[in-house]
Ligand binder design. Structure first.
Ligand code: RIB
Ligand code: CA
Length: 313
């Protein structure tokens, strides 16, 4: 029986690769895609999600638009400096034909979690946690119905990528991240600590490009574009590949390892706002609210990703 997942996302090239990995995997049933403002504004993340669904030949999957700004009073921070003005720069993908659902993405999350048996839906979040937090505010009962929340976000040993202290997804909407991390939902966190261990090296991109299918070529073009910023910033052999780690974890958790610890979000720091404070060495009595992933078999990750991308159109 395939595992039911909902993907909440702000495409972004790495989000797009995560979506393709999920769509290529028969172990998963992607019951919907919900977009959120993050890497670029909501209109663009929604268009980009539609482009990726059509690229994979999956226009049948319902697409919902969610939050267009952070929950609180903060202004939306975007990341065109990494992802380009469209948020999906690199390949030239056709304007999508998919119709976005009328239901708001947050309402869909509530309705879908209430309509499915408790513990049957895994929620995979690839962007700011705005939609999940808004759904919890609207319907606290859904917390006990989510099988697992697998999140790309946060950092500890790697520290920040959008500020010296904070990772982008948490920084954009720290109040939302705080609500989610206090919710008692089983959370697995794929932070920068693990995503910076799966670099898009030239050899890995060459293998994806050599697949010879449209998705392989598009992914190679996406990642060749989005890695530029990080390669220049970190002087590394490739860029970190963030969001596909979430889907790879759902598919093959034994590629990863971590521990149950407390993760709290800084909401008032002058220099550290949006920082995920991870009590990795358990020096406090704060509740162990997160399975914090720290290491990954990077070769195994890319073997999985490349093989699955090869299954797509
Ligand atoms: O910090 C990396 C995260 O922020 C990724 O999800 C990327 O897509 C951006 O949303
Ligand atoms: Ca993302």
């Amino acid at each position: 029986m395939p595992q039911k997942i909902i993907i909440d996302t702000d495409p972004g090239q790495d989000d797009a690769v995560a979506l393709l990995l999920a769509l290529a995997s028969d172990e998963l049933e992607v019951i919907a895609v919900v977009t959120v403002a993050g890497n670029v504004d909501l209109a663009k993340t929604t268009t980009n999600a539609a482009k990726v669904l059509e690229l994979a030949g999956r226009a049948d999957i319902p697409l919902y638009a969610g939050g267009d700004r952070p929950l609180g009073q903060r202004e939306l921070v975007t990341a065109e400096h990494v992802h380009g003005p469209t948020g999906l720069d690199g390949p030239d993908l056709p304007e999508p034909q998919i119709a976005v659902q009328d239901t708001h993405g947050v309402d869909f999350l509530v309705e879908s979690l209430r309509a499915n048996d408790p513990g049957t839906i895994t929620l995979c979040t690839l962007g700011p946690l705005t939609n999940v937090a808004a759904a919890l505010n609207k319907a606290p009962d859904i917390a006990s119905r989510i099988k697992e929340l697998v999140v790309m976000g946060g950092a500890y040993f790697e520290v920040g990528n959008i500020t010296p202290a904070a990772e982008f997804n948490v920084f954009v909407d720290p109040e939302a991240a705080d609500i989610v991390l206090r919710s008692d939902i089983p959370v697995t966190l794929l932070s920068l600590d693990v995503t910076h261990r799966v670099l898009t090296t030239p050899e890995r991109l060459a293998r994806i490009r050599a697949l010879g299918n449209a998705c392989g070529s598009a992914v190679a073009a996406m990642l060749s574009f989005s890695e530029k910023f990080d390669v220049e910033k970190y002087g590394s052999a490739g860029g970190p590949l963030h969001d596909p780690c979430v889907i790879a974890y759902v598919l093959q958790s034994d590629l990863f390892s971590g521990r149950a610890v407390n993760v709290s979000v800084e909401l008032e720091g002058k220099y550290t706002n949006g920082m995920t404070v991870v009590d990795y060495w358990r020096v406090t009595d704060r509740p162990h609210n997160v399975h914090f992933v720290r290491s990954v078999d990077d070769e195994g990750f890319y073997a999985l990703l490349t093989e699955r991308l090869g299954r797509l159109p």
